[in-house]
Design a binder for this molecule. Structure first.
Ligand code: ADP
Ligand code: MG
Length: 294
């Protein structure tokens, strides 16, 4: 028998490294007219590295002690920022100590007890309430340079700031442009990261609609907001924080290589080899199959 068009499109998508979970999804991919892209791990490679290590004056900590505390608290986390911190500690020969009571909040950060002290590592916007605090000023300066700043607090008090930077995927700008041409609308950036770093990266790929500092439920609201105005949204993400938005969108695609289990399970399709350029390809495959079906 000849393969039905949607099934052969799925097989074709598979050859391009995109796992489409059902024929219904294969069909829906061709209907999308707006794309919402996550930043960290989606437009960027998702392997950020520690670039700055700044204990605060008066914290009594040196660089190694600060890094070891942060790495101990981050050790159980699967977040790319956590991996950057843990790897930097490892590179300096600092072994993390076992943390107890680990807890992570998507879009915010982690908390744990290390050596009997409460450690939090996470977003300056969420952990600091005074924008004039030296930690907030330091964080803002790092963000101005396009980095992600992460604050470390010790027993509730800011103790230091870490700067972390990730590289744009080489194909990020071309894939963004291809999606813009395909849908007639430039993709929207939806990110939990800070507005300064987000705006800088968006400019590099030609995105003008930037929604930053978003919690997972804010990403859902952003997708719903677009869909309430009649758009059919394709959401692309990799993190636990992206999963609700992937589920809310007309179609959700997860980045496979470093994607979290939750994102991979929730998404309708997975870019197994992590090549952004295959996303416009599968949208085209769907459109062609649909013209054969109807
Ligand atoms: P994105 O939407 O860009 O993928 P996330 O929502 O995963 O970003 O994270 C948003 C912000 O939350 C980060 O920029 C960071 O400030 C903070 N954050 C989340 N998880 C962690 C973590 N494990 N360690 C430190 N900071 C974190
Ligand atoms: Mg992400």
């Amino acid at each position: 028998a000849t393969m039905p068009p949607l099934l052969s499109a799925m097989a074709n998508a598979g050859r391009h490294g995109v796992l489409v979970k059902s024929a219904v999804v294969m069909e829906r991919l061709g209907q999308i007219d707006t794309v919402a892209l996550d930043k960290t791990g989606t437009l960027t490679e998702g392997t950020p590295r520690l670039t700055d290590l700044r204990p605060l004056d008066g914290s009594g900590l040196d660089e190694d002690v600060l890094l070891r505390l942060a790495a101990s608290a981050e050790h159980p986390s699967e977040h790319p920022l956590a991996r950057a911190v843990v790897e930097a500690a490892h590179a300096r020969g600092l072994d993390p100590v076992p943390a107890v009571g680990f807890s992570s909040t998507p879009g915010t950060g982690v908390t744990a007890t290390v050596d009997g002290r409460a450690v939090a590592v996470g977003s300056p916007a969420r952990l600091l309430d005074d924008p004039a605090h030296p930690a907030a000023v330091l964080a803002a300066a790092l963000e101005e340079e396009g980095r992600t700043a992460v604050v470390v607090t010790l027993d509730g008090r800011p103790a230091g700031v870490l700067g972390i930077a990730d590289r744009l995927r080489p194909e990020a700008a071309t894939a963004t442009r291809a999606l813009a041409e395909l849908t007639g609308r430039t993709p929207v950036l939806v990110t939990g990261d800070n507005p300064r770093a987000a705006a800088r990266l968006a400019a590099e790929v030609g995105i003008t609609d930037v929604r930053a500092g978003l919690l997972p439920q804010d990403k859902v609201a952003a997708v719903r907001g677009l869909q309430d105005r009649g758009a059919k949204v394709l959401a692309v993400g990799d993190g636990v924080n992206d999963a609700p938005a992937l589920a809310a969108a007309h179609t959700g695609i997860a980045m496979g290589r470093a994607g979290s289990d939750l994102a991979l399970e929730t998404a309708d399709a997975v870019v197994v080899r992590d090549e952004l350029a295959t996303i416009p390809t599968v949208v085209n495959l769907s459109r062609r199959a649909r013209t054969l079906v109807v």
